[in-house]
Write a protein that binds this ligand. Structure first.
Ligand SMILES: N[C@@H](CCC(=O)N[C@@H](CS)C(=O)NCC(=O)O)C(=O)O
Length: 310
């Protein structure tokens, strides 16, 4: 079961959206304002530790030392018919909305626009002054963080160096459809041809970037950029979740020399490992998408975190 708003009314459906050929269709994010000159104590990031798009924002916030200018909190990993929710009393995954004590993330969408339509997604960048969602598109939030939010500071990692922005943008664009969205296109395909097409495009792209990453440390050369953040959050979920749950089972990432070395290298950048919560990730995917995994069992392996650290 999954839910969405239609003109401010919450409706639920058994399946994700697909086109007529059965291919997964991802919706455009709804709130797209750009923040300039951010003030302290004004912005809050709602994320899910399960979500690769939200994980990007948390990593950029961390690597670019933005914790003092953007606060953050996570939703509960289970997503059912009511969408993302908070549960402060859950002993395993305590989560709360520190600003409004909401029960559901969708309440923030309604506060922003009472006639909103579409799915309720993370990440959400919330503006405390305007009391509304400023932006809910990860690719824009991370670019804003890396340009406006650093505010003249020189971070330890400049993930979006001015001289190389178009190269970073090109790499991000190139991995988006076949890899970042590609795993979802495999998992949520509703016909076999749509699944096979997504699978082949995914593995063609993985082969291509594996070859690149045998020659250089990161997608755009010798230093990490936003494009590597985007690749990491998909690859680090791949063997533990997507391989089984989304049937991306041609090869594991640990079978690829270049991709696996990259994954280890990025994971070991100071601060990155602490942003990874595989318990949230596995609980979310395996126990929320019951159309793919009706019993909700969570397979134990492989232990990606130990493998990345050895
Ligand atoms: N284009 C969005 C996608 C965000 C997204 O789809 N997030 C997922 C979690 S991984 C979500 O919240 N899904 C809830 C839903 O679709 O109902 C972004 O990059 O920020």
């Amino acid at each position: 079961m999954s839910g969405r708003f239609i003109e401010g009314k919450w409706v639920t459906k058994a399946h994700w959206e697909a086109d007529r050929g059965g291919a997964f269709k991802r919706q455009e994010s709804r709130f797209r304002d750009w923040v300039t000159n951010p003030e302290p104590d004004r912005y809050h990031l709602y994320i899910s530790h399960a979500c690769p798009w939200a994980h990007r924002t948390l990593i950029v916030r961390r690597l670019m030392s933005l914790e003092d200018i953007v606060s953050s909190s996570t939703v509960h990993p289970l997503m059912g018919a009511d969408g993302w929710h908070f549960d402060a009393k859950d002993p395993v995954f305590p989560s709360e909305d520190p600003l409004h004590a909401s029960t559901y993330l969708r309440e923030l969408y309604l506060r922003t626009d009472p006639t909103v339509s579409g799915r309720v997604t993370v990440p959400v960048l919330w503006d405390r002054h305007e009391n509304r969602i400023k932006n809910n598109e990860s690719s824009e939030i991370i670019r804003m963080f890396a340009t406006e939010f650093i505010n003249g500071k020189t971070p330890k990692y400049d993930l979006y160096p001015e001289a190389h922005r178009s190269e970073v943008d090109r790499a991000m664009d190139a991995i988006y459809q076949p890899i970042n969205n590609g795993v979802y296109r495999c998992g949520f395909a509703q016909t076999e041809p749509a699944y096979v097409k997504a699978l082949n495009e995914l593995f063609d792209a993985l082969d291509h970037w594996d070859a690149v990453l045998k020659e250089q440390s990161y997608l755009c050369g010798s230093s990490p950029t936003l494009a590597d953040v985007a690749l990491y959050t998909t690859l680090v979920r791949f063997d533990a979740v997507y391989y089984v749950h989304f049937k991306t089972s041609k090869r594991h990432i640990y079978e690829y020399k270049g991709l696996w070395q990259f994954l280890k290298r990025f994971h070991r950048l100071p601060g990155v490992a602490e942003t990874l919560h595989l318990d949230h990730v596995k609980t979310h995917y395996f126990a929320s998408h019951r159309q793919l995994n009706p019993m909700g069992f969570i397979p134990p392996g492989p232990d990606i975190e130990s493998m990345l650290n050895t």
